[in-house]
Design a protein around this ligand. Structure first.
Ligand SMILES: [Zn+2]
Length: 187
């Protein structure tokens, strides 16, 4: 069971002094202690979530070949600093200011991508873009049901992210790569 604690803090969006910051601490098998934090402001509705691993981790990239519906259950920890890529879909989620950290599984990651594609499709101006969104949704569904293979790549220069599967490949990032990523974020 995750242990939970909460405190009051000021809201970074509207400055209200009674925003609530909640912490959920949990032990993830074969990985370690993880703390999820959620900041909620009842005045303006601001919400921010993140994940921190409570031990020293190295900057790393995890790659998982998704080959069956069983791969959907592999645990995924994504901090707000990590990028998510599914090259076969041409999808790359880069860590922006709105990026949220979460503890989920591969299916949860695909559902988040699906939701983003659905929203993008709804706002698309051209018929071609809407058609592309429909095609992506079809492909995501095939990946989820094990009918299509894909690769999930999570890269985190802070080392606070991971894909927990025996099949996942972990590469420790060298300093030049992390340096480049940090540099790129300032632009
Ligand atoms: Zn607020």
């Amino acid at each position: 069971m995750p242990s939970k604690s909460a405190l009051q803090t000021s809201c970074p969006a509207c400055g209200a002094s009674d925003a609530k910051l909640e912490f959920f601490q949990m032990q993830i098998p074969y990985f370690g202690e993880v703390m999820e934090s959620v900041l909620l402001c009842s005045r303006c509705g601001y919400r921010n979530a993140d994940v921190v691993v409570l031990e020293e981790r190295e900057p790393a990239r995890y790659t998982l070949r998704i080959e069956s519906a069983e791969d959907m259950y592999a645990r995924v920890i994504r901090s707000s600093r990590a990028s998510i890529e599914v090259p076969e879909l041409g999808v790359e989620v880069t860590p922006g200011s709105e990026a949220e950290g979460f503890v989920s599984n591969v299916e949860g990651v695909l559902l988040r991508i699906e939701e983003a594609v659905r929203i993008a499709g709804r706002w698309a101006e051209s018929g071609k873009a809407r058609e592309r969104a429909r095609e992506l949704l079809r492909q995501i569904n095939e990946i989820r049901t094990g009918k299509r293979r894909a690769t999930l790549i999570i890269t985190d220069p802070t080392g606070n992210s991971a894909i927990l599967s025996e099949k996942a490949k972990k590469e420790v990032l060298h300093e030049d790569i992390t340096g480049k990523q940090k540099g790129a974020q300032h632009h």
